[in-house]
Design a binder for this molecule. Structure first.
Ligand code: SF4
Length: 426
């Protein structure tokens, strides 16, 4: 059966009650997104206006580039800035001037807000507008917040892309264009672009583009597909510019990828037989690759602690394509509209939770004793010490996991900790 299941009625967890929790959270802040964003947009620079803590987070998470010119840095807010003894705007202008004089290759500069800049209410939107005028013709300056007060982990990318959307040129053409939205590794992006070309869908644009001057235009003829489930603000900003979202599953696994492509194919009037023929080789490759992990995962119980907002689509992939049983699927934010099709495919007895109260959640994990717990770095070691098997959620963000050709690797990421556990038990 080639046609993907299209949930038409409310089933699974689509209308299930959601446990909402507001307590202590164990997640990285939105600055983390700089780690993958700076690799994607190759002439952009991310200047965090923050503290030494922010600088340490970035340097330890992204590594220090010794041989290359770095494309992110932190303008440290010192104590005298915090005490209001110095004019932060003058200092920021001086830092930006020095940076752009030394690095004329920077075409797009993001001023990234942090907890300290939020606390002293430094107006980075005004600073970006002022600096954009000053450096017009050479460098565009935009701003967004990665502050831990306002954002968690993947929301930094959402805030960054939403800032980009506001700056995209208007699309004057009357013909529909497809926009893939969300940062993907280049190799995965190229696979999708090739598949859309083979399907006869075009023009296809991606947001973010690899270069500042290649950012796509947007307008009422833009049809966009979200590649990541954490882009609520970006989607809203695109809709405000007239673009229309194509509702789809997210492209994880053979089924998710098929349905994601199928939704676009339907929106662009692609012949059904042509669609089936075009995707068949990739879909079959994905199914064969996934099958290798099935024996390790089928029938196993899995809990997701809230981390990256990838939790719901990944739980759907594990449940529908690998026979796993989701116990609790926690997510920092639940975007019901964007995840409606995903929720409909989760088993009805899955507990969906939004937000976090970490101690209560850990109590539930200890009581349920799932075979696998997907969680943040800080929680993994203590849980392992208690005899639970864990998977670092962050690995799922840094690994290429979208699309047909990555589906086997995605399944393997979950199978590996279970195999390791079995080996250690022998
Ligand atoms: S933005 Fe806030 S949470 Fe993130 S590293 Fe800086 S101080 Fe810490």
């Amino acid at each position: 059966m080639m046609t993907p299941a299209l949930p038409g009625t409310a089933t699974g967890c689509q209308s299930a009650p959601v446990l909402r929790e507001r307590g202590q959270r164990e997640v990285f802040c939105g600055l983390t997104g700089i780690i993958w964003l700076h690799r994607k947009v190759q002439d952009a620079f991310f200047l965090v206006v923050g503290s030494r803590t922010c600088a340490h987070l970035l340097q330890s998470a992204a590594g220090v580039m010794v041989f290359a010119e770095p494309r992110f840095a932190t303008a440290i807010i010192e104590e005298r800035d915090l005490a209001g003894l110095a004019d932060c705007n003058d200092e920021l202008d001086r830092v930006v001037d020095r940076l752009l004089t030394r690095r004329p290759d920077i075409r797009l500069l993001f001023l990234v807000g942090s907890c300290p800049s939020e606390v002293i209410k430094l107006d980075l939107a005004r600073a970006a507008a002022r600096l954009s005028v000053k450096h017009a013709g050479a460098t565009k300056v935009l701003n967004y917040s990665g502050s831990g007060i306002e954002t968690t982990f993947t929301e930094g990318e959402d805030a960054c892309l939403a800032a980009l959307v506001a700056d995209l040129p208007a699309d004057p053409s009357a013909a529909p264009a497809l926009m893939i939205v969300g940062t993907l590794p280049d190799v995965v992006e190229d696979q999708f672009v090739r598949l859309f070309a083979d399907l006869g869908i075009g023009p296809v644009h991606v947001l973010p583009a690899r270069r500042a001057d290649a950012m796509p235009a947007v307008g009422p003829n833009t049809r966009f597909l979200l590649a990541q489930p954490f882009l609520g603000d970006t989607a809203r900003a695109l809709e405000d510019r007239g673009a229309v979202r194509i509702d789809a599953l997210f492209p994880f696994g053979a089924e998710g990828t098929t349905q994601w492509l199928h939704a676009a194919a339907q929106a662009f009037g692609v012949d059904e037989m042509h669609f089936r023929r075009t995707i068949a080789p990739g879909r079959e490759r994905a199914k064969r690759a996934i099958a290798h992990s099935r024996a390790a995962l089928a029938g196993k119980r899995v809990t997701f602690l809230p981390d990256s907002q990838l939790e719901v689509p990944l739980a759907r992939f594990l449940a529908t394509e690998l026979g796993m049983q989701p116990v609790e699927v926690g997510t920092p934010y639940l975007h019901r509209r964007h995840l409606a099709q995903e929720l409909a495919l989760l088993p009805a007895d899955t507990l969906i939770s939004e937000g976090q109260d970490v101690d209560r959640q850990l109590d539930r994990v200890r009581a349920a004793k799932p075979d696998l717990t997907v969680c943040g770095l800080g929680l993994a070691n203590p849980l392992e010490a208690e005899g639970l098997t864990t998977k670092w959620a962050i690995e799922l963000v840094f690994s290429p996991i979208h699309g047909f050709d990555q589906a086997g690797d995605l399944a393997e990421l979950f199978a590996r900790p279970l195999r390791r556990r079995d080996v250690l038990r022998v």
